[in-house]
Design a protein around this ligand. Structure first.
Ligand SMILES: Cc1cc2nc3c(=O)[nH]c(=O)nc-3n(C[C@H](O)[C@H](O)[C@H](O)COP(=O)(O)OP(=O)(O)OC[C@H]3O[C@@H](n4cnc5c(N)ncnc54)[C@H](O)[C@@H]3O)c2cc1C
Length: 412
């Protein structure tokens, strides 16, 4: 590997093999996927790999990974609140564990453990509840207390003189972080190698529906005929759904994050505080990756703000005062497609052939492998797999919400 890299460095760009190819836009595809993020790409990959469907196009208006998939803070975990959510995300963690080998591409999955702190009796009760439900589903989560937390995170202040002292934490050893770009590029390369056409700078501008059935899509490069369209556009999903005449119960909100300058390694778990509205992990490069909950307004602007970093820094310093002189390196924002119950929407819609894989809010990166695999199964068999049946579009009309707010609002 290193000799290959050295040769490439000496030869410049000439010897580099592109990760995926460019193709002319065909007049017709069996399946058109809108959105070149992890969800669209993973679905394309599993459509070919597991079901042999090769006549598939992924249409991306900007570049592969331009959306939330290239902007997230890479937390992977399955310690959710509902049995439906836990089983679903657990399959994703298992797929992630094998992903480097499956894609022949190092996705750098680091299962370093994930701590969700409890600062009040009420949140400690929720942590105990989550631990119980997790264990019943076979997922490794336990509640631990300040002495053990201190052993895992020696630099954190767990004393009892804080404004919000740490009373305990939900500890989830399989949780961790990953290299998000590698995951996205690995799926894109895997799909391309198997015959999927990836079309960047190809914006969907309309969806053709006849007699309540999808017959094609309009793009800035021309029309494409197809009988199956998958909407995998996250923050933009309600705009795409409206093109097909489908109304989604989704609000788009910005989510911001930031990183510090690199520091020597000192933090080898992910730390989340719902009460203080921040989370923190240390990247392989030593930068502290930090974030909070979504901005309190709807917007399609991906702008980061000073008030966000000021609030974030103040809260981080409450628990990590020794970081006071560390400098921020950069900050950014992405769009999140929030549903009322903080669970995704996957599957069929009232328009035949128009499918959705949306509502990924602040937590969808970890779900990419499982939703890609299960949505591919749905497309290939025209049946909803049991694992994703609870997340159907019609749950909102039948009053079957899958409430995950208590496990998904800050922890991502
Ligand atoms: C700051 C931040 C931190 C986050 N942290 C985490 C985390 O730690 N863990 C976690 O699990 N999740 C996290 N998330 C959420 C996660 O990033 C998203 O849920 C996930 O990436 C969604 O993936 P996707 O493939 O559905 O959508 P995206 O990656 O957003 O891809 C959608 C694509 O659709 C394209 N598109 C839009 N409109 C059109 C059109 N008209 N035509 C063609 N293409 C179009 C966009 O350009 C975009 O590339 C975070 C998000 C943000 C913003």
């Amino acid at each position: 590997m290193s000799i290959k890299l050295l040769k490439q460095a000496l030869n410049g760009q000439k010897s580099l093999t592109p990760m995926w190819r460019q193709h002319p836009l065909k007049e017709r595809y069996d399946v058109v996927i809108i959105g070149g993020g992890i969800h669209g790409l993973a679905c394309a990959y599993y459509l070919v790999k597991n079901h042999g469907l090769t006549d598939v196009a992924v249409l991306e208006k900007r570049y592969i990974g331009a959306g939330g998939s290239g902007r997230n803070t890479t937390i992977i975990r399955s310690n959710y609140l509902t049995p439906e959510g836990i089983l679903f995300y657990d399959e994703s963690v298992k797929l992630y564990e094998e992903l480097s080998e499956a894609l022949d591409f190092n996705v750098m999955f680091s299962q370093r453990g994930h701590l969700t702190l409890a600062h009040t009796d009420a949140s400690l009760r929720t942590m105990r509840w989550r631990a119980e439900v997790n264990q019943l589903q076979g997922v490794n989560s336990i509640v631990i207390y300040p002495d053990d937390i201190k052993k895992l995170v020696p630099f954190m202040d767990v004393s009892d003189h804080l404004r919000y002292p740490v009373l305990g934490a939900l500890y989830h050893p399989p949780g961790g972080v990953i290299r998000h770009d590698a995951v996205v590029w690995g799926y894109a390369r895997g799909a391309d190698q198997r015959g999927v056409h990836l079309h960047q700078t190809t914006e969907v501008t309309g969806i053709d529906v006849e007699n309540n059935r999808v017959v094609g899509v309009q793009t800035n490069r021309g029309r494409i005929k197809t009988g199956v369209v998958l909407n995998a556009t996250a923050g933009w999903c309600s705009l795409i759904a409206a093109m097909a005449g489908v109304k989604l119960p989704v609000e788009t909100r910005p989510l911001q994050a930031s990183v510090t300058e690199p520091l020597k390694p000192f933090l080898d778990t992910v730390v989340v505080s719902g009460t203080l509205h921040f989370y923190l992990s240390q990247s392989d490069r030593g930068e502290l990756v930090m974030g909070a909950s979504v901005d309190p307004f709807t917007s399609y602007a991906q702008d980061s703000t000073l008030s966000f970093v000021e609030g974030l820094a103040a809260h981080v310093l409450e628990l990590f005062p020794s970081l006071a002189n560390v400098r921020l390196l950069r900050q950014w924002a992405g769009l999140c497609d929030m549903t009322p119950d903080y669970s995704p929407i996957m599957g069929f819609t009232p328009v035949e052939g128009f499918l959705v894989d949306v509502g990924w809010g602040t937590y969808g990166f970890k779900a990419g492998p499982v939703s890609g695999k299960r949505m591919a199964e749905l497309i290939a068999t025209n049946r909803t797999p049991d694992l994703i049946a609870p997340f159907s579009y019609d749950r909102f009309f039948q009053g079957r919400l899958v409430g995950e707010k208590g496990a998904a609002s800050v922890g991502h």
